[in-house]
Design a protein around this ligand. Structure first.
Ligand code: PLP
Length: 264
């Protein structure tokens, strides 16, 4: 059985973060391992608190899992601060030198409810130390704009194509720009690969507020598909189908009093 490692934050309401990643990886027939970077207190109404796990404990978790379970793909989500981002980059660099497996990073910055999930100083470490290790980065539109500001190449968000090409060329890895935040009848995600190729994934927009943890679900579904041996565009296409089906199934289900989780 293929092992997929999720390095992310804990969500006790289990709709996002580590808990949702584990459900997604299991639904793909893979074995999920988890390294927790932050313990949050949150539910479907929002995030109330977040406590970063000490970086040395994150490092110990990583060494324990990587040395024994040898994952075939790695998903990274919430990295709360620069120290945790640094230890994740250091441990992954060592592992990837021996086991060059795909790494999918969902650059989580702020929750949908507006709670900051990454300290602003962490972004420099993430971009300089972690991006070079990544196969695919999956920002939403606000995260895309933040990354473009960092490389001082501001591009209007109406020029998503220019934005994606710019990021993929600058950082030398693939970018999946997610259209969920755009106000359009279709959800269009664009996959830019560093060789210049572009794949488009269009799905209907489903009217629902049950969208908690969609970014976590998509990135761990892509990582699972990569662990199963699918090439990148196919892994993204299958993950999009998976999440669209999960959103459809969850639209009529009530769990909690706010932005509900996805069912698989
Ligand atoms: N909490 C954790 C631990 C996460 O990793 C994420 C990730 O995207 C979120 C919350 C944000 O979820 P949402 O944007 O659905 O609020």
């Amino acid at each position: 059985m293929e092992v997929v490692l999720s390095i992310a934050g804990s969500d006790p309401s289990a709709g996002a973060g580590i808990q949702q990643d584990l459900k997604t990886i299991t639904a793909h027939g893979c074995y999920g391992a988890t390294v927790i970077t932050s313990v949050t207190a949150q539910n479907t109404l929002g995030v109330q608190a977040a406590m970063p796990v000490p970086p040395e404990v994150v490092g110990q978790q990583l060494r324990a899992v990587l040395s024994d379970l040898e994952p075939k793909a790695i998903k990274i989500g919430m990295l709360p601060d620069a120290e945790v981002a640094q230890v994740v980059a250091d441990e992954l660099r060592t592992y990837l030198a021996q086991h060059p497996v795909p790494v999918v990073y969902d650059p989580v910055m702020v929750s949908t409810s507006g709670y900051p999930l990454m300290a602003s100083e962490a972004i420099q470490v993430v971009v300089s130390k972690l991006f070079p290790l990544c196969t695919l980065i999956t920002p939403n539109l606000p995260e895309t704009n933040r990354l473009l500001q960092l490389i001082e190449k501001p591009v209007s968000s109406s020029f998503v194509q220019v934005a994606g090409e710019t990021l993929a060329r600058h950082f030398g890895c693939a970018f999946l720009l997610k259209g969920g935040h755009a106000d359009k009848p279709q959800m269009i995600d664009l996959l830019f690969e560093p060789d210049g190729s572009l794949s488009t994934f269009a799905t209907e927009r489903i009217a629902t507020s049950n969208l908690h943890g969609t970014g976590c679900t998509l990135s761990s579904a892509i990582a699972s598909n990569l662990a199963l041996g699918h090439p990148l565009p196919e892994a993204v296409g299958k993950a999009k189908q998976f999440i669209t089906e999960a959103i459809r199934k969850s639209a009529a289900i009530r769990i909690g009093h706010g932005n509900g989780p996805l069912q698989m």
